[in-house]
Design a protein around this ligand. Structure first.
Ligand code: NAP
Length: 257
């Protein structure tokens, strides 16, 4: 079905890079963008996951591609960004989804190594690829960048790790700062802050913990990958051009500001 508002909603023919794009919320974004007619370039560390995804999307006639890249590794980001720009010459959409959490140390337990690891995984992974792809967006005077944060970056909770909460708040700071720098070039930068969403990573928690989490969410359930991809899709549409430096909370009502 074509959109009745293509100038606002269509991303058909656009080039979309999704870091952490092979499964979970990023995989949901890659599927959604592909089904919207975009060329999708998914980045992830594990080739098997990426190859399975592009096989699935190409079977639906999607124009889907995968590059193995640890987005926290500067050399890998450098070479992958070059490959993308050499081949496509432009990037319209960049979704910085790669990141994650480890279990909850207390202030006595958290180490400098934990903090640095989380910084690289959740912040540098976003900054480095953005830095390398922004010049191509500037050249087109157009771009949509989405940064993955979390409800853990919006409010304090004891069952969110110290390093993760810290970095997710940092992602919001990075988003706002880049948003004002890049808005004059037709490039929007916004963040998304999901509550607990049922993905492979969240699925590693016990069924009891997930059920208890769901009971604490006003809608009474966890989020889905499709719901997150839908919200992210909006931020990536041409019609979101006046949405700048926003943090979109998609959390079933667990935190409302
Ligand atoms: N699920 C939730 O409840 C929730 C809530 C709030 C925020 N988030 C955030 O949303 C993002 C995705 O979470 P998820 O639950 O969907 O995770 P997931 O199920 O573990 O999927 C993560 C995806 O990112 C890739 N990835 C991880 N680290 C990467 C790296 N350094 N470089 C490139 N790719 C990387 C993974 O593939 P490889 O492992 O093969 O690299 C996979 O494709 C994370 O940033 C997370 O913090 C999740």
């Amino acid at each position: 079905m074509t959109s009745p508002f293509p100038h606002l909603a269509s991303i058909r023919g656009q080039v979309a890079v999704v870091t952490g794009g092979t499964e979970g919320i990023g995989g949901g974004c890659a599927r959604r963008f592909s089904r919207e007619g975009a060329t999708v370039i998914a980045l992830g560390r594990t080739a098997a996951k990426g190859e399975a995804l592009i096989k699935e999307l190409r079977a639906e006639s999607g124009d889907a591609h995968f590059f193995a890249c640890d987005c926290a590794d500067e050399q890998q980001v450098d070479s992958t960004a070059k490959l993308i720009l050499d081949r496509w010459g432009r990037v319209d959409i960049l979704c910085n989804i790669a990141g994650g959490w480890r279990e909850v140390p207390t202030i006595e337990e958290v180490t400098a190594k934990d903090m640095r690891h989380s910084f690289d995984w959740n912040i540098m992974s976003k900054l480095m690829i953005t830095q390398r792809l922004v010049p191509a967006m500037k050249a087109n005077n157009y771009g949509r960048i989405v940064m993955m944060s979390s409800t853990s970056g919006r409010r304090a909770r004891m069952n969110s790790a110290i390093q993760y909460s810290t970095m997710q708040t940092g992602v919001i700071g990075l988003t706002r700062r880049l948003a004002v720098e890049l808005a004059p070039f037709g490039i929007t930068v916004n963040a998304i802050a999901p509550g607990t969403t049922l993905t492979p990573r969240a699925g590693r928690h016990s069924a009891e913990r997930l059920a208890a989490t769901a009971r604490g969410i006003p809608v009474g359930r966890l989020g889905t990958e499709d719901e997150l991809a839908h919200a992210i899709w909006y931020l990536c549409t041409p019609g979101a051009g006046f949405t700048v430096g926003a943090v979109l909370d998609v959390n079933g009502g667990v935190w409302t500001g």
